[in-house]
Write a protein that binds this ligand. Structure first.
Ligand SMILES: [Zn+2]
Length: 705
């Protein structure tokens, strides 16, 4: 990447990774092995006791390896090598391949191996998701080997897998199934990857032992069994299925992974590409009733993007690239504060909701961990290549070196603000191949493409194909929105050839399937967020500094358009491209009772005055908004009747001063006794389906031969 907001987010993350001290994340690994302590440990979810202790070292090892791949900066390789060396020392001290920082880990796994299995959603023999935590260490070692060239990492990972194989060896299938009741990350994925990296079938077999049949068997039958399931517990298992399909071509794995992807993106995801309320899937197509709470965990979007890239490599369809664009620009990019560098646990959707920025030196939640990796991965999947095709998926200032024809491609664009992109090619000798340029559906017919100055006629988008749009389904009673396609430019390319692309981002409503009055306002692929003034800090923190649950939102305006076309009341707001003002349509509902207390745990949309208000209003629109940014804007009072609301794209990264990171004085305490915070009072919302049939068209396609 050569510039733009994604590059800036990558740069901020790179700086953060270099400011972290790896020895501090390795403290508990050393202590558990009986080695002397070399540093003060970090805390939060990486602290001692019954936490995800040790998960951050794994995330960090992945993150610096990915950042080395993205930047070529040797400092990241040095960091990766250091962590691998330290893990090797710990593993050698243990002597049997074991490698963990979990307190009581050895005892818990020994009991497990003897068939003593006490499992719940996040608890296995008294530990918090132990295989999930170990998966991070495995993944870090894999990434250090694959992306930072560490052979030591592969040796350590193989020994670690040998230990895991020994733990599972005495267990029968029923016992394994009981064990897999507890969150176990992507253990099937790392073991399939280890099989690919070593060629040893033992690891493929072990990958299948971690197969969670309760989930994947139903998915293979094309049954959506996601309602009530924890989002981030599931996605890594399907990344594992996709990995195995890549290595051994097991069609069942592809069936499960691709059906899961289709269901999540079309039936469980919001306009931002995020999904889940309070971390859990709801009933399919019930989204309008599931906003306004702690929606859209960042880990899940990180994992869906990994799955998306994998699936595109099996079937290069713009459908996947659409989701990639949507999820990157609206969720992943929006998850990092461009000024402070803090990343978010939730990037929620709803009225007056705000992001849950994390304390980057204290909280070390799961989303801080995936947040370390997220922004170093943007370069992955901008382009793809096969033996005769180069795909251009996203519009990002970037360059790429391909194997095909030794082509070097450079893209210049100011997207997402700008409306054009220019591609220049350099190659040693003329070469015939297809350059497949994504034609984004959100541009409609406002799309043009020229090769060396000559315009290439394009069919009207309506003539191309119907189907799920932008990675999401659209109601069948609305005018069809087309999914994106590719313009396949097949010719003999030579050095200096130039492709110019123009596209116009129009504004449109993207209502939820179940409640047309609950809608996102889109500008091209970008979901607009309403600006209700500065962020309000959370209602206190948990003792470990992990949770920054926002307070109940103040009354925020709803937009009552009364049938007026969007273009009439949503107008560009002054100097900044992409800022809009909703004029004359904002209404503030009566304040009392707007939110009855425990907002994070309970969603009772029907009891909310705004929706009652909406139902009385003809053609009313409830804008989904986010508080975005920490500072710098004057506090706005809720708008009086008919006044203006400012909106801007949620993921737009504004230039700001260099990030300042400081550790708060006084350290932090582990959570008081027992389990760290996980959703415990999750409550499903019963929703009428308003006469719509439950099962929408499914975008699942046949399995490639
Ligand atoms: Zn998370």
């Amino acid at each position: 990447m050569l510039g733009g907001p994604l590059k800036r987010a990558q740069d901020i993350t790179a700086k953060y990774l270099l400011e972290l001290e790896p020895d501090r994340m390795l403290v508990y690994y050393r202590i558990r092995a009986g080695l002397p302590q070399k540093a003060e440990p970090y805390a939060g979810w990486d602290g001692g006791g019954r936490n995800l202790t040790g998960h951050i070292a794994g995330h960090y090892l992945s993150a610096v390896s990915l950042m080395y791949l993205a930047t070529g900066d040797a400092r990241f390789k040095q960091r990766a090598d250091h962590v691998v060396r330290e893990l090797q020392i710990v593993q050698e001290k243990h002597g049997d391949g074991y490698l963990s920082a979990l307190e009581g880990g050895r005892e818990a796994f020994a009991a497990l191996s003897k068939g003593d299995i006490r499992s719940a959603a996040f608890d296995l023999n008294g530990l918090w998701s132990p295989w999930y935590t170990l998966h991070k260490t495995f993944a870090g070692l894999r990434d250090a080997h694959r992306h930072a060239g560490s052979q030591t990492a592969l040796r350590v990972e193989t020994k670690f897998a040998t230990w895991a194989e020994g733990v599972l060896a005495p267990l029968d299938d029923a016992q394994i199934a009981r064990m897999l009741n507890t969150e176990h990350g992507g253990m099937n994925e790392v073991l399939a990857d280890l099989y690919a990296d070593t060629g040893d079938r033992r690891w493929l077999d072990l990958s299948y032992r971690f197969e969670h049949h309760e989930l994947t068997d139903a998915l293979k039958r094309h049954q959506d069994n996601l309602n009530g399931k924890h989002g981030n517990c599931q996605i890594p298992k399907l990344i594992g299925s996709a990995a195995r399909y890549a290595y051994v071509g097991d069609a069942g794995d592809l069936m499960a992974a691709s059906f899961f992807w289709d269901r999540v993106t079309q039936h469980h995801s919001y306009a931002t590409g995020g999904h889940g309320l309070a971390e859990y899937f709801g009933p399919p197509d019930v989204l309008g009733a599931r906003v306004d709470g702690r929606a859209c965990e960042s880990c899940t979007t990180y994992n869906m993007l990994k799955l998306t890239r994998r699936l595109f490599s099996f079937r290069p369809d713009a459908f996947y690239a659409d989701f990639q664009e949507r999820a990157i620009f609206n969720h992943a990019l929006a998850s990092i504060d461009p000024e402070s560098g803090r990343t978010s646990y939730m990037v929620p959707v709803g009225r007056g909701v705000q992001q849950e920025y994390q304390d980057m030196l204290r909280s070390f939640t799961c989303c801080v961990g995936t947040g370390m990796e997220n922004h170093g991965l943007y370069g992955d999947g901008l382009y793809h290549e096969s033996a005769d095709t180069l795909w251009v998926n996203l519009f990002v200032p970037s360059s790429a070196q391909f194997t095909l024809g030794a082509v070097r491609l450079e893209m210049d664009t100011s997207f997402p603000e700008g409306d054009s992109a220019t591609i220049r090619l350099a190659l040693p000798t003329p070469k015939s191949f297809t350059l497949a340029v994504r034609r984004p559906s959100w541009a409609g017919d406002d799309f043009g493409i020229r090769v060396n100055g000559q315009s290439i006629d394009q069919p009207r988008i309506a003539a191309l194909r119907a189907g799920p749009a932008g990675g999401r389904d659209v109601p069948i009673d609305r005018p069809a929105i087309q999914p994106s396609t590719y313009v396949n430019l097949r010719r003999t390319w030579k050095v200096g050839d130039t492709v110019e692309i123009t596209f116009r981002k129009s504004v449109r409503l993207e209502p939820t399937l179940d409640r047309t009055t609950v809608t996102a306002i889109m500008w091209g692929p970008l979901a607009l967020a309403s600006d209700h003034g500065p962020r309000v800090e959370g209602r206190g923190e948990t003792a470990d500094g992990a949770a920054t649950i926002p307070p109940p939102p103040p009354p925020v305006p709803v937009l009552v358009a009364a049938g007026r076309p969007l273009a009439e009341w949503l107008v560009p707001a002054g100097s900044r491209v992409g800022d809009f003002r909703a004029t004359g349509v904002a209404r503030v509902p009566s304040e009392p009772g707007i939110c009855n207390g425990r907002h994070a745990d309970t969603v009772l949309p029907d009891a909310w005055p705004p929706l009652q208000y909406l139902r009385r209003s003809h053609h009313a629109v409830g804008a989904l908004g986010q508080r975005n940014g920490d500072r710098g804007r004057a506090r706005a009072r809720p708008s009086p009747r008919g006044s203006d609301v400012r909106l801007r794209a949620a993921g737009r990264c504004r230039p700001g001063p260099p990030i300042q990171l400081s550790e708060r004085p006084g350290g932090s305490r582990p959570p008081a006794g027992g389990r760290p915070r996980k959703p415990s009072r999750h409550r499903m919302v019963l929703v009428r389906h308003a006469g719509r049939r439950l099962e929408q068209r499914c975008g699942h396609r046949d399995v490639p031969q």
